[in-house]
Ligand binder design. Sequence first.
Ligand code: Z5A
Length: 215
Amino acid sequence: RVNMSGRRGALIVLEGVDRAGKTTQCRKLLDALQREGHRAELLRFPDRGTAIGQLINSYLEKKSNLEDHTVHLLFAANRWERVPLIKEKLQQGITLIVDRYAFSGVAFTSAKPEFTLTWCKQPDVGIPKPDLILFLQLSPSDAMKRGDFGNERYENRHFQEQVLRQFNELMQDENLNWKVMDASQCIDDLHQEIKSHTEKVMEQVGDNPIRDLWR
Ligand code: Z5A
């Protein structure tokens, strides 16, 4: 369908620690926007459905081991393979709600010993820059109340604390539109806040060009 409004879609990313409620909020946001007649779609990373995504899935489920740099590059490649689609949808006026993006990529790898933030960012330099990044903040003790960790790789308290530290570093970047949200609120209150930030940004993007992340 052609874009009659002359306005592109907004690229909205949800990030946050394990069990912060990203997936729950992405779905609620999608429903709410669609109900109000907006064109919106959901994406999530990792996208486990592609050939690269299957390698990542098997790694996360601990069915295979991959060297740390290698898996980092696969996560980035898994985003790059969706870049043409992302640009096309945004140009068509479709708003994209994305469950994790390059910030998870950098935060998780740089939480491992011997990795720098600079090295970790490189493979994602140039992917579409989000118009808004909603960071769902939740303390480790509140996250614990949402049930036990799963059995996937990275699902342990010490590593998650390191990851949070790396997210905090990434949030210092003033070239990006981060909004930190209190994810300890009830699902509906958090949803209202997320929706209002999103709608404001959808208004603002107009026909602004899609920019490159970290460039
Ligand atoms: N990873 C990486 O290393 N590199 C990368 O580039 C990328 C990712 C993109 C898989 O990601 C792993 O890949 C992840 C990062 C790494 N590793 N870890 N850990 P994933 O997106 O597949 O992760 P996930 O395990 O599916 O998501 P999550 O973080 O565990 O959950 P969430 O989406 O934030 O939360 P949720 O599923 O919406 O909710 C969790 C539970 O809390 C659920 O029972 C809800 O009903 C409940 N909930 C939700 N909101 C609330 C509120 N407000 N109050 C009370 N309870 C709530």
